[in-house]
Design a protein around this ligand. Structure first.
Ligand SMILES: [Zn+2]
Ligand SMILES: [Zn+2]
Length: 299
């Protein structure tokens, strides 16, 4: 199994990190987890044809996890995709997909109407109709290579939109868990038990969390570095990758300005990443990597 971190940031633009996306390849088959801004471009950067990606799993419907979806679909339709991709997500995923790509009512209906004038696009028009499957926790997908299991995590209030953590197990006995976005969550710890790799969000370092609680900006929906170390210990995983970083390591002036209401900007920079590592390490002594875009992990 090969894992490529396509995007490793939380919401907000940052030229050094794309939004959430992970490409998992088992033998010759690709599984895309999240489709945040830049995911399609990053699949190409990883040397893979996005039209060969036929399975998409959406952890939740926050825009930093789904904003590239229409781009992915129309791009791969133009690239002569023949198979409609399977798209698995929580409640309301169907509405999200239809509102973009329904040829009669979707936001992109005029783009679709213009392109479908050409015979080639008529010939594979069916590939633009994603096979959307809204799921509940439990087994959400199975083929002859992998099994994917989901649990609800603690992020957006359930009554607004449920959020998934996802686990992929291969026929070769390998396993990877992706937290999606979540506060510390016992269900995710249970889902992660014994996994080879836990890819877990760690959006803010403690300094930023303290700043945010003083400023009255929410922090409840994410996991702190200290908590993440404890989660990794309790999950009995072999290896931990922290991701979904809230731009705290950026020195770019425009990124700092964008984050000025969210973060003590004067402290932003690589030192904050060091602080985060130190806090994760308070509890977790095992294998640890801080994700960066196009980071590759082979299991
Ligand atoms: Zn997010
Ligand atoms: Zn989110």
């Amino acid at each position: 199994m090969r894992i490529i971190m396509l995007g490793t940031s939380a919401a907000m633009p940052n030229p050094d990190r794309h939004d959430s996306g992970i490409l998992i390849t088992v033998r010759d088959r690709h599984y895309l987890f999240d489709c945040g801004h830049g995911a399609t471009n990053q699949i190409v950067a990883a040397g893979i044809n996005p039209a060969d990606v036929n399975h998409v799993f959406l952890s939740h419907l926050h825009y930093d996890h789904i904003a590239d979806f229409a781009y992915f679909m129309i791009t791969t339709w133009m690239a002569n995709r023949q198979t409609p991709p399977v798209v698995i997500g929580p409640d309301d995923t169907q509405h999200f997909v239809d509102s973009l790509l329904n040829p009669d009512e979707g936001a992109y209906r005029k783009d679709i109407e213009a392109r479908v004038q050409y015979k080639q696009r008529q010939d594979n028009f069916h590939a633009l109709q994603a096979d959307v499957r809204e799921k509940e926790p439990g087994l959400v997908f199975e083929d002859d290579y992998v099994k994917v299991t989901a649990c609800y995590v603690e992020h957006i209030p359930m009554e607004i939109s449920p959020c998934f953590g996802l686990r992929l197990d291969t026929v070769d006995g390998k396993s990877v868990v992706f937290s999606g976005d979540t506060a510390p969550c016992d269900r995710l710890i249970e889902l992660s038990q014994g996994a080879d790799l836990l890819i877990h969000e760690c959006t803010f370092p403690q300094t930023a969390i303290d700043f945010r609680s003083k400023a009255g900006i929410g922090t409840w929906a994410h996991t702190s570095p200290t908590d993440l170390g404890e989660i990794a210990v309790k999950s009995n995983v072999k290896s931990l990758v922290a991701t979904h970083f809230g731009h705290f390591d950026s020195h770019r002036p425009a990124v700092r300005e964008l984050m000025s209401k969210h973060m003590p900007v004067d402290l932003m920079g690589p030192e904050m990443m060091e602080e985060m590592i130190g806090d994760i390490r308070k509890n977790w002594k095992g294998d640890l990597r801080m994700a960066h875009d196009l980071m590759r992990i082979d299991i």
